[in-house]
Design a protein around this ligand. Structure first.
Ligand code: SAH
Length: 353
């Protein structure tokens, strides 16, 4: 058998816990305390390569200097007038993903991607129109948080898995990333939201981990027919089953679920739809987050007017449902919910709509 000339790819260090990093330095015949230093340089000081870790001896740095930490490169950056920043990050294999930094006075929220593209093909979503390439590794998710933190020069306080991709199709890596973002980067689980369109069995599986993260479920339709039209995967995961799994999730985790509901004028935003929805969610520890449609070029849905939105909110409130409206940030940077796509990116040049 001929020997392979290709060196096996090295697993990057980002995502390893303090104990794992300590084990790694010991394998390199270094004292255990180097593990703590490495952890601090990777997660707090944002080292991009081991050769910049000046507390390590020059000799050791020369040996390990090429070993990957797992950081991406900012390929393109655009800032909206509301200070939301959209990043296109270039991964080691050349794929491009999107990440959004959303600042407010008290918070810095990062909207992270969990996949390159998305296979769910929801009718109104730009990411879905571009198809699916691959799952992200845990380190590629954590890197997004560190990149935004460094670029803003302030601590990230909140994470939402609402960028490209369906997190529950990449549960293993998403959970590994959540562990590290929580324990290594230091962001509280309660400040992390995982948004899913719903994948059979996965919500029940997630419940078993008893995490303190918030689960957001994208409903978008008040009945099966309407939802199926917007979310193709609903055909094999009926609304009734999804809601039953969500009830189970609340029972097991004692955490309130947040339901996301896109508002498409004249399509799913009539007060009757709100009434239908509030009936389905009766007696449920939940919250409904309405997202007025952010236009994409491939479909001709309309965003409802302020009055239409208000009528929908009132109808839900009359049904005793806790409700809020998410006026997406970053619209003109194409960074709002559902506007993320990498297809406009040609090598070395990012084009906007
Ligand atoms: N796959 C996950 C994350 C998707 S993005 C999920 O489906 O939940 C987060 C939210 O933005 C989802 O609720 C998604 O349906 C919504 N969204 C997608 N396209 C949108 C658009 N054009 N306008 C408003 N919201 C959109």
């Amino acid at each position: 058998m001929s020997q392979s000339l290709i060196t096996p790819p090295q697993t990057p260090l980002l995502g390893l816990s303090l104990a794992e990093l300590t084990e790694w330095v010991q394998q390199q015949e270094q004292p255990a305390y180097r593990g703590k230093q490495l952890h601090q340089w990777i997660y707090q000081k944002g080292a991009k390569s081991l050769s910049e870790i000046t507390v390590f001896s020059k000799k050791w740095r020369e040996t390990i200097g090429e070993f990957p930490i797992g950081r991406s490169v900012i390929h393109y950056r655009s800032v909206a007038t509301d200070a939301t920043v959209k990043y296109l990050l270039k991964l080691v294999d050349g794929n491009i993903i999107e990440t959004v930094g959303i600042p407010s006075q008290k918070r810095l929220t990062v909207c992270v991607s969990s996949q390159v593209g998305c296979p769910m093909a929801c009718d109104f979503c730009a990411t879905g129109k571009g198809g699916f390439t691959r799952n992200l590794e845990a380190y590629e998710i954590i890197d997004q948080v560190l990149t935004v933190q460094e670029d803003f020069g302030r601590r990230v306080s909140h994470i939402v898995f609402m960028g490209m991709g369906e997190p529950l199709l990449n549960t293993k890596n998403v959970l590994a990333a959540v562990r590290s973002i929580n324990q290594d980067v230091g962001i509280g689980q309660r400040c992390i939201t995982i948004s899913t369109v719903g994948i059979p069995d996965r919500i029940r599986q997630l419940a078993k981990h008893k995490l303190q993260v918030t689960l957001a479920v994208s409903l978008h339709g008040s009945n099966q027919r309407l939802r199926e039209h917007l979310v193709p995967s609903a055909r094999t995961y009926p609304l009734a089953d999804l809601i039953a799994d969500c009830r189970e999730y609340v029972n097991l985790t004692k955490r309130r679920i947040s339901f996301e509901y896109i508002l498409l004028a004249g399509f799913n935003d009539l007060p009757d739809h709100a009434k239908e929805l509030s009936k389905k969610l009766r007696g449920f520890q939940c919250h409904v987050n309405l997202i007025p449609y952010n236009p994409i070029s491939e479909v001709d849905y309309q965003r409802p007017t302020g009055e239409q939105i208000k009528a929908f909110v009132n109808a839900l409130e009359q049904g005793n449902i806790a409700v809020s409206v998410r006026y997406s940030r970053g619209l003109e940077a194409d960074a709002a919910c559902g506007q993320l796509r990498a297809s406009q990116v040609t090598d070395g040049l990012a084009l906007k709509n």
